[in-house]
Design a protein around this ligand. Structure first.
Ligand code: ACO
Length: 324
């Protein structure tokens, strides 16, 4: 049998860091009122990173990819598949993955973007795993990269305080022993309206609203239930139980959703990997950013069993269970 396993992880945050207090002061100057207390209490977020003008998702993705390739002990030329999960691509087309491929100085291997908003990384990891198991690829670069600061409405305090920019990556390679054990992906398009950027480009201009809209309470209500279902489905497929999970790495959107999921899976909060406090919600980048930070801090070790779970616009959701 042929499996896939994570050979290395990497991540990158743009240097400009805004604490809640800094952001609140900038927003106050535009007549928008918020506070560190409100943001921390409702979301657990204390700071986020934003790119400077002119920096694109591919720039963050390339840095994260280089770190992952180095950690995997291979070279960019060994990569034979590139998937970038992003909802904030550099261009309408071509894909950010093609731009990343060129910036890495390689050519020839297939490269494409995958758009599943905040579930993008678990979707991309599942696609890469499938392609490796069928023999279509041997060593895949799977990246989540976002510049959500570009699509935030800074006049809407209910959304602009929640998101950040960043990228995370893994090198996933063919293996005789299982790394990825099971995954479970879903979507339900009837919820398009509760979390979307409704605008598009047409006739040389932006058609419709190009900024993020979210019904936070509707998202919240859906999130905890579907995350538990997806996690349980992967455990069942892999023949494992809650007790086998060493680390839960949920999409980092809101600490209350994350703790709610851990509780439903009967996991002690010490097993929850948390970076939302320092990164905010980085959409498709949040899971690989959290994974890399926990690997580099020595929390996650080789052999640990990890539950990755994503939920986001679409509505999309899913989970991946793996032995690291
Ligand atoms: N600062 C101060 N006050 C605020 C702010 C703010 N930034 N934002 C909203 N408020 C006010 C509201 O105006 C409201 O005031 P009112 O009671 O006088 O009308 C009050 O705070 C409560 O607002 P709610 O929207 O009810 O606050 P809630 O407790 O629902 O928290 C939040 C909002 C944090 C968005 C929450 O609903 C949430 O986290 N939802 C899930 C969002 C999520 O996870 N999204 C990401 C998943 S998918 C993806 O990542 C793309």
């Amino acid at each position: 049998p042929r499996y896939s396993r994570i050979a290395g992880t990497g991540s990158f945050l743009p240097p400009r860091r805004l604490t809640n207090a800094t952001l609140a002061a900038e927003l106050a100057a535009q007549g928008v009122e918020t506070s560190d207390d409100w943001i921390v209490e409702r979301t657990g977020i204390r700071a986020r990173h934003f790119v400077d003008a002119g920096v694109n998702a591919s720039d963050l993705a390339v840095q994260a990819a280089r770190h992952a390739i180095e950690a995997a002990g291979c070279a960019a030329t060994d990569i034979d598949l590139i998937i970038v999960a992003t909802s904030t691509p550099d261009m309408v087309f071509p894909s950010t993955a093609c731009i990343v491929q060129h910036k890495l100085g390689v050519a020839g291997c297939p490269a494409f973007d995958l758009q599943a908003v905040c579930s993008g990384f678990v979707y991309a990891l599942t696609v890469a795993d499938s392609m490796i198991r069928t023999g279509a690829a041997n060593r895949a670069l799977v990246i989540g990269a976002e510049v959500f600061s570009r699509i935030l409405d800074f006049k809407d305090r209910t959304t602009c305080v929640l998101f950040g920019d960043g990228a995370g990556a893994v090198v996933l390679e063919a293996s005789a022993t299982p790394g990825i054990l099971a995954s479970d992906l879903h979507a339900d398009g009837k919820h398009v309206g509760i979390l979307c950027v409704p605008g598009t480009v047409s006739g040389g201009q932006v058609l419709g609203d190009p900024l993020l809209k979210m019904d936070g309470q509707a998202v919240f209500k859906l999130a905890v239930g579907v995350l538990e279902q997806a996690a349980r489905a992967t455990l069942e497929k892999a023949g494992r139980t809650d007790a086998d999970i060493d680390w839960l790495i949920p999409h980092q959107a809101n600490i209350r959703i994350m703790q709610g999921t851990a509780k439903r899976l009967k996991l002690p909060l010490e097993k929850l990997v948390v970076t939302v406090d320092q990164h905010g919600n980085t959409s498709a980048a949040s899971i690989p950013l959290a994974l890399d930070s926990a690997v580099r801090s020595g929390k996650i070790r080789r052999g640990d069993t990890l539950m990755l779970e994503g939920v986001g616009g679409g509505f999309t959701w899913g989970a991946v269970l793996l032995d690291f």
